[in-house]
Write a protein of this length. Structure first.
Length: 536
């Protein structure tokens, strides 16, 4: 609207000027080279205007002729650029659609038209990845890493390729380079942290965690928790070589995350070894109030070396008072009471849990029956119930069960992945130590099959099992003593097809629902693989 008004005002001014000149005619006389030219003012003004327009046109024409090579080159370049962008777009679409042949064709065209275009380099790298040409992909990513505008994406591509060929050192190098170039880059910081944890470089993990915090990628609570986990892992690694350093790390971890059971248990144990029993007791009580755990009860029971079994029972009872009426407290008291031969105390502690016992409760009841009354029959009955009982809480992460806490998941590499909780029904994995147990090795976890009501108890052999070992896992062995003949089990409905289960890292030994008729004798197990029921 403003432009229209300005145009009308300009036209009005020109009209007024023309009318003013028309009302005031005059003569213009020009003497040039002996000639006399007379004309009016209007004609002179029109001639000047025409001369100026002609001069401007000639100037533009000359300038266009002078710049024509450059303009033609620019036009050709723009055309190539448009064709290259079109080829890149079609190539990326072909990669997304899974058409490797079309993607290769468009990548070749883009490389011919715009070899130095960042998107063309990216397209070449992705085409090489889709085609399985790792060498070409790595070459393309290296070319991108050498440019300032594509350095980060090139480093990420090199990091991915290094991980695919299991080159941990190269993957960590590229991740650290990306983290130093861009501290706020999420994948780089997480990759460095994961690689440091996998390599056991806990000092490097702490430095990477600090960079992540400074980059604003982790809030205060998450930083404190993950730092506590890393400090606990380093304290575990230093516990046998540098007791003072391990205790310092464990105490800091326990302060950062009071509910982190491994940190509390280790800090209390190392404090007790240093003679600071008051500090150790305070740590255990704080941890027990945050969440009762068998590891805390075990550390409390063996806090002082040389104590009698009755002293250990008193210490456990004192700890349990911090969180009364909890199942872990009852199990801890029962364990200490059986060791102290306080069978009435053990039975009173376990009695509320026998209505729906877990594996540990059933095993403790079997041990109690044999230790107190020598009743092998009742012990066998409880052992049979233990095979079908619900599993106790354990350290679980990404579908595997560990007999003790680990700082990171061996499957995904996620820090602080293990949680103490009840195993799902289909969870069939276990981790032992810092490595994964293969399928041919014995597992520490027994999977309970769906319970069925048998016609009569017919134990096929004398079952022997070990009590909970700091992780809530139980194992059962069958002796070679033949059992008396038993009635065949009742007919059961055909088994329903169970949903497919992902192949576990460590398979569990499947326990039968009912012992059933006698089975052929199994080959003798090696001496190191057999277990005793009760240790006296």
């Amino acid at each position: 609207m403003i432009r229209v008004v300005l145009f009308l005002v300009l036209v009005a001014l020109v009209a007024v000027g023309a009318a003013w000149l028309a009302d005031r005619p005059g003569d213009v006389i020009i003497l040039w080279l002996g000639r006399r030219i007379e004309t009016s003012v209007m004609v002179t003004a029109a001639g000047l205007a025409l001369a100026m327009a002609l001069a401007v046109f000639l100037w533009w024409l000359g300038r266009l002729a002078w710049r024509s090579p450059r303009l033609v080159g620019r036009a050709m370049g723009d055309l190539r650029q448009r064709r290259a962008h079109r080829a890149i777009s079609h190539g990326l679409i072909a990669i997304g659609a899974g058409d490797a042949r079309a993607a290769q064709k468009y990548a070749a065209e883009a490389g011919r038209l715009a070899p130095h275009e960042p998107l063309a380099l990216l397209l070449n790298a992705q085409v090489a990845q889709v085609s399985g040409d790792r060498a070409a992909a790595e070459q393309a990513f290296r070319a991108m890493a050498e440019r300032s505008d594509t350095r980060l994406i090139g480093l990420r591509g090199l990091h991915v390729e290094a991980e695919r060929r299991d080159d941990i050192a190269a993957a960590r190098h590229f991740a650290e380079a990306a983290a130093h170039a861009a501290p706020a880059l999420p994948w780089a910081g997480e990759a460095v942290l994961r690689d440091c944890c996998a390599a056991g470089d806990w000092g490097g993990a702490l430095a990477a965690l600090e960079r992540i915090r400074r980059g604003g990628l982790l809030d205060k609570a998450g930083y404190r928790r993950q730092r506590a986990v890393v400090l606990t892992a380093r304290a575990n690694a230093l516990a046998d070589t540098d007791t003072a350093g391990a205790r310092r790390d464990a105490l800091e971890a326990q302060k950062l995350a009071p509910d982190l059971v491994p940190a509390a248990a280790l800090a209390a144990r190392l404090s007790a070894q240093a003679g600071d029993y008051r500090k150790a007791t305070k740590i255990l009580e704080t941890g027990w109030r945050a969440g009762p755990h068998p590891d805390l009860a075990e550390v409390a029971a063996h806090l002082r070396s040389g104590d009698t079994a009755r002293d250990r029972l008193k210490r456990v009872e004192t700890l349990v008072r911090e969180r009364p009426n909890h199942a872990e407290g009852a199990i801890a008291v029962a364990r200490a009471a059986i060791d102290a031969q306080e069978f009435a105390t053990a039975r009173a502690a376990l009695m509320p849990l026998t209505a729906a016992p877990t594996q540990r409760v059933a095993l403790l009841m079997a041990e109690l029956e044999e230790a107190e009354h020598g009743d092998v029959g009742r012990a066998r009955e409880w052992m049979t119930r233990a095979l079908r009982a619900a599993r106790d809480p354990a350290w679980i992460a990404d579908g595997i069960v560990s007999d003790h806490w680990l700082p990171m998941s061996p499957v995904s590499g996620r820090l602080d992945a293990f949680q103490w909780r009840d195993p799902p029904g289909e969870l069939t994995g276990a981790a032992s130590g810092a490595r994964l147990i293969g399928a041919g090795e014995a597992s520490e976890v027994i999977e309970a099959a769906p319970a069925a009501t048998p016609a009569a108890p017919t134990p096929a052999a004398d079952a022997r099992a070990a009590d909970h070992n700091r992780g809530g896992a139980a194992a059962a062995d069958v002796s070679d003593t033949p059992a008396p003949p038993a009635a065949p089990p009742p007919a059961s409905p055909p088994p329903q097809e169970r949903p497919p289960v992902v192949d576990a890292v460590i398979p569990l030994v499947h326990a039968p629902d009912d012992p059933g008729p006698p089975e052929p004798p199994e080959p003798e197990l090696p001496a190191r693989g057999r277990r005793r029921l009760f240790f006296r």
